[in-house]
Design a protein around this ligand. Structure first.
Ligand code: G3H
Ligand code: 13P
Ligand code: ZN
Length: 330
């Protein structure tokens, strides 16, 4: 058993309290390799932002839990070395079972998500409650989910989203004891969040998606005043990186994300954690494709992973400063 406290990590409790009060959101960036982690820490130290390092079940299998735990310890030491001790959370993203959540808690994670959103309501309550009871013994915080996002959540693929029902949230939170709640208000996972048929085109031909259901969010806020809300599926799918991928041999079609303006609005509300994974994938892939295309003689991974890391860092800094508002909150 490793306590996250020995790794220099914190849970989400204080972080969320401050974020809800301060009207900003904590970035929850997914990682599964060293360059992504370096970029996240560099960006968050440079912008003095708290951060949630997110590991999906797939990432956990890919990278190995012992390595991930020690990478998180290394991340807190790296932040210190860079000159600023930002609060760092190691979080399980979309935990699918009690066993996965327990294994993460036992291995130094300071926060876990248990995603029972695809189960019938009472099953979701029972599973979430079981994880909360175990996690709280070790002062680990828990995120639950109500409502289903379309797209891929690890092995769970939902074709259609189901919005969170505001009339369920008080019952769910009080029965389970969760510390935060992920909701479904129109976001989805991946780079293709909306079909072109769901969008309109602006004068430049850019696809503009329908707005998020802020009416549902404000109804949830009324039911649970001051309670930490989490927004998944919050990549903006920057045209810059989609174009970079397509200009250098890739083929991404109809990629539409959540406009930054809408994320800014969400961050000012009770939404205090915003999950971003796909944008990191796009920035890395676009940059690597460009470097390969322009330098076919390269074969040293540092020559393409280095620029990819730099692109990631710049993108995360920009998000902290002008979208989430988490800069200077550490
Ligand atoms: O919520 C989904 C995340 O983007 C994780 O994706 O399961 O492919 O690592 P992954
Ligand atoms: P994106 O696919 O929009 O980056 O969402 C990531 C996410 O919600 C991880 O849990
Ligand atoms: Zn998610």
């Amino acid at each position: 058993m490793t306590s996250y406290k020995d790794l220099g990590l914190v849970n989400t409790r204080e972080m969320f309290k401050k974020a809800v009060k301060g009207g900003y959101a904590i970035p929850a960036y997914n990682f599964n390799n060293m360059e992504q982690l370096q970029a996240i820490i560099m960006a968050c130290v440079e912008t003095k932002s708290p951060v949630i390092l997110q590991v999906s079940k797939g990432a956990r299998d890919y990278a190995n839990i012992n390595l991930l735990r020690n990478m998180a310890r290394g991340a807190t030491e790296y932040a210190h070395e860079l000159g600023y001790d930002i609060p760092v959370v190691l979080h399980l993203d979309h935990g699918d079972s009690f066993e996965t959540a327990k294994d993460c808690i036992d291995n130094g994670f300071s926060s876990v998500m248990i995603d029972g959103s695809h189960f019938p309501y009472e099953e979701n309550v029972a599973l979430t409650k079981k994880v909360v009871e175990y996690a709280h013994k070790f002062d680990v915080t828990v995120e639950g989910e109500l409502g289903v996002l379309a797209g891929i959540e690890d092995d769970v693929v939902a074709e259609k989203s189901t919005y969170t029902q505001p009339e369920e949230v008080i019952d769910f939170v009080s029965k389970t004891g969760v510390d935060s709640l992920a909701i479904s208000i129109g976001t989805s996972h991946g780079a293709n969040k909306f079909t072109p048929a769901q969008c309109t085109r602006n004068a430049d031909g850019v696809l503009i998606p329908p707005p998020l259901r802020f009416d549902i969010l404000s109804e949830i806020e009324k039911q649970l005043p001051g309670f930490p809300i989490v927004l998944h599926g919050s990549s903006s799918v920057p045209a810059k990186f989609v174009n970079m991928i397509n200009e250098h041999g890739g083929h991404l079609k109809d990629s539409v994300g959540i406009p930054e303006e809408q994320l800014r609005t969400a961050a000012k509300s009770a939404v205090c954690k915003i999950n971003i994974d796909s944008d990191g994938r796009l920035a890395m892939t676009g940059t690597i494709r460009r470097v390969f295309d322009e330098n076919p003689e390269y074969f040293d991974p540092r020559k393409y992973l280095g620029p990819a890391r730099q692109a990631l860092k710049e993108m995360y800094m920009e998000k902290n400063i002008s979208v989430l508002g988490s800069a200077n909150q550490a």
